[in-house]
Design a protein around this ligand. Structure first.
Ligand code: ZN
Length: 381
């Protein structure tokens, strides 16, 4: 029996035994008591906008109102933790945006498909999560971005959103300019759960809620590769509901178009790996499976009771290419008040030339810059 019939049988069995939620209602047992989705923000990414507070670069104004949050999960998928997080999101009838890493998506393609089948939005987070893209040449950093998109789209087997988050929030002008050229929206964060460092679920709940309250909502960063996050999410969602927070769900007006050469290269590698595993047939048939899988949840949700939709069509900001190096700041912007000491040095205002030199020096060594998030916290984001 080949892989296709095995999977069809599994899906059928799951539907019969009720393992998979057949309708949105079943996925959302009591909408009245759940967190839900209060608003959908549909973003037209073609101008390469940048959203969120943690950045020094020109960004879009905050689109979230008081007590509105966007739930985001990075670095996955990792089924062991992604799955319980999906169950919790379903239980509270709410949606999130996932920024997936190419190598992880290639390792767990079915999990990527399941995240999308449950109505969540899929973005990316580079091919192999280098801690600081600014430490790479612009060419290598751009390849990391494009390869990540191609790999996640391939694993999803369907179009994904042109949404990207820099690992370690290590953005730079040439890379933002590249995203602009490619019609990709970049998302930094407003609220850091710090689940990368907090192992205790109860401490993670306390920290996250305190930060969400402090910022009065915002784009919240979690990682669906963490045990503490999987354990804490149900309580965090219940707490957000109790405190009157509302979830805003992001979606894209357009789909991302991966570079065909990269898709072909990754596909060839995948086939070779499959062939090596002695599974010659599988690859060609896999693709046909997706239409059977994907449309179930999404369309039902929308047909039933779509929340209010806000469409954002930002205009392009000027991004300085700076001759192929990562010039850091076209002009410095204060980081969100909650986390910085406010003592932002702004050499750029003084002498443009030496400011660029300064900026390049600072870009190569974020520790020189007190406002540099990755410098201040470091580690894997
Ligand atoms: Zn990350």
């Amino acid at each position: 029996m080949n892989r296709r019939s095995t999977l069809v049988l599994t899906l059928a069995a799951a539907l019969l035994t009720g393992a998979l939620p057949a309708t949105a209602e079943e996925a959302c047992p009591n909408p009245k008591d759940a967190l839900g989705v209060s608003r959908i923000v549909e973003i037209d990414a073609k101008s390469g906008p940048l959203y969120g507070g943690f950045t020094k670069f020109d960004k879009e104004p905050r689109f979230l109102g008081p007590k509105e949050v966007v739930l985001t999960f990075d670095d996955g998928p990792l089924p062991k933790y992604t799955k319980p997080i999906l169950e919790a999101l379903d239980k509270y009838c709410t949606k999130a945006t996932f920024f997936y890493v190419g190598t992880m998506a290639q390792a767990y393609p079915d999990m990527v498909k399941e995240v999308m089948a449950r109505g969540h939005t899929m973005g990316t987070h580079t091919w192999s999560h280098p801690l600081n893209l600014r430490a790479l040449s612009v060419e290598r950093a751009t390849d990391q971005i494009e390869r990540g998109f191609a790999a996640v789209a391939m694993a999803a087997g369907q179009p994904i959103a042109p949404f990207f988050r820099f690992p370690g929030l290590s953005d730079s002008n040439p890379l933002l300019a590249h995203l602009q050229e490619r019609g990709v929206a970049a998302f930094t964060v407003d609220v850091v759960s710090n689940d990368s460092y907090i192992g205790s679920p109860s401490r993670l709940v306390a920290r996250t809620i305190a930060q969400v309250e402090h910022h009065n909502g915002g784009i919240v960063l979690f990682h669906d590769i963490k045990a503490s996050t999987a354990a804490a999410i149900p309580t965090i969602l219940a707490e957000l509901k109790k405190r009157g927070f509302k979830v805003v769900h992001l979606r894209s007006k357009t789909n991302f178009e991966p570079l065909p050469a990269l898709t072909a290269e990754l596909e060839a590698k995948r086939l070779a790996a499959e062939a090596k595993k002695g599974n010659k047939q599988a690859a060609a048939t896999d693709k046909k499976l997706v239409p059977f899988y994907a449309p179930i949840a999404v369309s039902t949700l929308e047909a039933k009771s779509e929340p209010e939709v806000t469409v954002l069509e930002p205009t392009a900001k000027e991004r300085v290419h700076a001759g192929g190096t990562h010039a850091t700041a076209s002009q410095p912007v204060a980081a969100p008040a909650a986390v910085t000491d406010g003592a932002v040095a702004t050499p750029a205002a003084a002498a443009p030339h030496s400011a660029k030199k300064q900026a390049r020096k600072r870009h190569k060594n974020p520790d020189l810059d007190p406002t540099s998030l990755s410098g201040a916290i470091g580690g894997r984001w």
